[in-house]
Design a protein around this ligand. Structure first.
Ligand code: DOR
Ligand code: ZN
Length: 424
């Protein structure tokens, strides 16, 4: 089977490519990228005026299976991924039960094999039940195929236990993904501590609760020599701590989500619970610091933190609503609108942050259009505008913080292992 993509502007930072050319796909793999490829193909796509880039590798996705199929499933979540130009996802472990044993990893792998529409990589839990008391059998989980560990949704409070987790992860050559939050400081908070918490009379979550834990996680990682990846960075202080650690040579990478470089706490004045996320939307200064961190390379990765929740869990009083926004179907367009259009990132830098770098953090062979690689490709109309509408989401849950926003950049085709899995 041959698929030929003609005349697109190909962006492949791994191959230092950013020019108009053709891409030939044969039997699910990239055969070559060159100018003027003229072969008879089974499928021909005219990509003139369009961007052609490696499929997005989203390393922070809550697929909710097993256990919360009312929110999302592997099937529905990976279908949403396809619509968003995402061809690889990392499934986070805060499922029911959590991804903390060989049995449950096996169960998820079966579900993935039978129902997934894109590649699903698995993140195992650091501790049993993500309860922060006892380590999982990290070696056994690695043998079962996990590519990272995290207790996402929670942080391991016990320093000694966390240090041992880093040591084990180092031995297994997998990164530890940190949801850096000191619960003794964030407590029952629901919004950023500051202007909005005061104005709305809601309990606040201090920035200290995040950056103090970021500092601790980096310190323990440094001590162990393991790689640490800081998830969903939301405030300027965290960016600065990571920047300094990188300068010092610590093996730290960092990630942020589109809502943290786009929205701020004032957007919450209308009590939109879809914007209730953890960590919370911060002040405008923090948004600017996150953008600066993206620009100067302190923040390596953009991931959605796709966190689906049902209407019953979101359409209630702000205080009781669940934390999280879906993001698979909007992350690329929000990034184009907020980062490319504002000249914060170039196309090549964006592709690094959304495709190549996450693949490298996870040690998976994705995020590039090099010859012989899986033909995971997105074709985008970069200037086409669209309105985010609730009824258009294919994710099972519709809780997007971006509903009602006009975005730039439309995914025209998503190709996964050489097959068109989504067409606009
Ligand atoms: O907003 C969030 N939602 N933050 C998290 O850390 C967890 C996530 C979820 O699982 O819903
Ligand atoms: Zn988290």
């Amino acid at each position: 089977m041959k698929l030929l993509i003609k005349n697109g502007r190909v962006i492949d930072p791994a191959g230092k490519i950013e020019e108009v050319m053709d891409i030939l796909v044969e039997d699910g793999k990239i055969s070559k990228a060159a100018r003027g490829i003229d072969v008879k193909a089974d499928t021909l796509i005219d990509a003139a005026g369009k961007i052609v880039m490696p499929g997005i590798v989203d390393m922070h996705v809550h697929l909710r299976e097993p256990g919360r199929e009312d929110k999302e499933t592997v099937s529905s979540g990976t279908k949403a991924a396809g619509k968003g130009g995402v061809t690889s996802v990392l499934a986070m472990p805060n499922t029911l039960p959590s991804l903390d044993s060989i049995e449950i990893i096996k169960t998820l792998k079966d579900i993935v094999k039978n129902t997934a529409n894109v590649d699903v990589f698995i993140c195992g839990a650091i501790t049993i039940g993500r309860a922060g008391r006892e380590l999982t059998d990290i070696q056994a989980l690695k043998k079962e195929g996990i590519v990272a560990i995290s207790d996402d949704g929670a942080s391991v409070d016990n320093d000694e236990l966390m240090l041992r987790a880093f040591e084990k992860a180092k031995k297994e050559k997998i990164p530890v993904i940190c949801h850096s939050e000191d619960k003794s400081l964030s407590g029952k908070g629901v919004v950023n501590l500051g202007f909005t918490s005061t104005k709305l009379g809601l309990r606040g979550i201090s920035k200290e609760s995040e950056y103090k834990r970021v500092a601790r996680d980096i310190m323990l990682a440094e001590k162990s020599g393991a790689g640490v990846h800081i998830a969903h960075v939301s405030c300027g202080e965290s960016v600065e701590i990571i920047r300094k650690a990188k300068k010092k040579g610590v093996k730290v990478t960092a990630e942020t989500a589109p809502h943290y470089f786009t929205l701020n706490e004032k957007d919450l004045l209308g009590y939109n619970t879809n914007m209730k996320v953890n960590p919370p939307l911060r002040a405008e200064d923090d948004v600017l610091a996150i953008r600066e961190g993206l620009k100067d390379g302190t923040i390596d990765v953009i991931a959605s933190d796709h966190a689906p929740h049902t209407e019953n869990e979101k359409d209630i009083e702000f205080e009781y609503a669940e934390f999280g926004s879906i993001g698979l179907e909007t992350e690329l367009a929000v990034s184009i609108t907020e980062l490319i259009d504002r000249r914060i990132l170039t196309w090549s830098e964006l592709v690094k942050k959304i495709s190549l770098n996450p693949a490298n953090v996870l040690g998976i062979d994705k995020g590039t259009l090099g010859p012989g690689k899986d033909a995971d490709i997105v074709i985008i109309s970069p200037d086409k505008e669209w309105l985010v509408k609730k009824q258009d989401f294919v994710s099972r849950s519709k809780n997007s913080a971006f509903i009602g926003r006009k975005l730039k950049g439309v995914v025209e085709y998503t190709i996964y292992k050489g097959k068109v899995i989504y067409k606009a």
